[in-house]
Design a protein around this ligand. Structure first.
Ligand SMILES: NC(=O)c1ccc[n+]([C@@H]2O[C@H](COP(=O)([O-])OP(=O)(O)OC[C@H]3O[C@@H](n4cnc5c(N)ncnc54)[C@H](OP(=O)(O)O)[C@@H]3O)[C@@H](O)[C@H]2O)c1
Length: 238
């Protein structure tokens, strides 16, 4: 069965074609807003969401940085630090995905906490319930649950401010009334899929753990078709 939630005929046809190409049994096509769509994972997420037949609203400071052409791809200009931009972007969506982050080498910033606070409040006001966000292994209090070597070294490798910001982000999301899922990946790597990903709430992973960004994008999109990790914070790794 294919269930399609789009209004006009061209979109409907594209969704059906995409569903057939994937040979999937059920594709619940959604209108999705993606925050962080120009990032390394974000670009993969946009592409994979389109491949699954979704209608994608890619939110970005510089929308021209989002490559590709597709009738179901809409570029939305905005800064997540601006609440009004975010409020406008979430109107009429079925779900929101966030792979926001401060790029390596950029100065310290409260982008994660403030930007996520804007997203959560905008989604709540607009009645858009499903929100899937990426955090990181070792975020906030999660650091204490890691093996001792990771506990010791991760703040130096990643930067303790990044882990603290990710902890604040997690608290903002998890104290909301949304249907949220927070994925905690370890180090992200580029290149081809490494096969399937592993996911679990109490998964113990060491410092060497990694995940291909292409698999992270897949794991994020898989949450839209599953309630298995509703209101939980699974670790996801390769
Ligand atoms: N790198 C790792 O090893 C690692 C490990 C664990 C978790 N993570 C997390 O995994 C996610 C994906 O990582 P990544 O390395 O693929 O991401 P990335 O390339 O660093 O992309 C970050 C994205 O956030 C956007 N962004 C930053 N500030 C913004 C603002 N004010 N308004 C709107 N958008 C803004 C960037 O847009 P611009 O193009 O405008 O800069 C970019 O699209 C991130 O949440 C990251 O923190 C990463």
């Amino acid at each position: 069965m294919i269930s399609v939630r789009v209004d006009d005929l061209p979109h409907r046809l594209h969704a059906i074609v995409a569903a057939c190409e994937m040979e999937s049994e059920v594709i619940d096509v959604k209108k999705i807003v993606i925050f962080g769509s120009t990032g390394t994972t974000g670009k993969l997420l946009v592409r994979q969401a389109l491949e699954r037949g979704h209608e994608v609203f890619a939110f970005a400071r510089r929308p021209a940085d989002i490559g590709g052409k597709d009738v179901r791809l809409h570029r939305v200009q905005g800064d997540v630090m601006n609440l009004v931009d975010v409020q406008q972007a979430v109107q009429g969506m079925d779900a929101a995905l966030s792979v926001l982050g401060v790029r390596m080498g950029q100065p310290q910033s409260n982008l994660r906490s403030v930007g996520t606070d804007h997203i959560v409040s905008a989604l709540t006001m607009a009645g858009v319930n499903r929100f899937v966000s990426v955090s990181t292994v070792g975020a906030g209090a999660h650091l204490q649950s890691l093996p001792w070597l990771a506990r010791l070294l991760l703040p130096h490798i990643v930067g303790s401010w990044r882990l603290e910001e990710a902890g604040r982000q997690e608290n903002i999301i998890s104290s909301s009334q949304l249907d949220w899922t927070i994925l905690r990946p370890p180090r992200l790597v580029d290149g081809a899929s490494r096969g399937d990903y592993r996911m679990g709430e109490d998964m113990s992973i060491g410092l060497g753990a990694k995940l291909a960004r292409v698999d992270l994008a897949r794991a994020i999109l898989d949450q839209l078709d599953s309630n298995r990790y509703l209101r939980s914070l699974p670790t996801v790794c390769g």
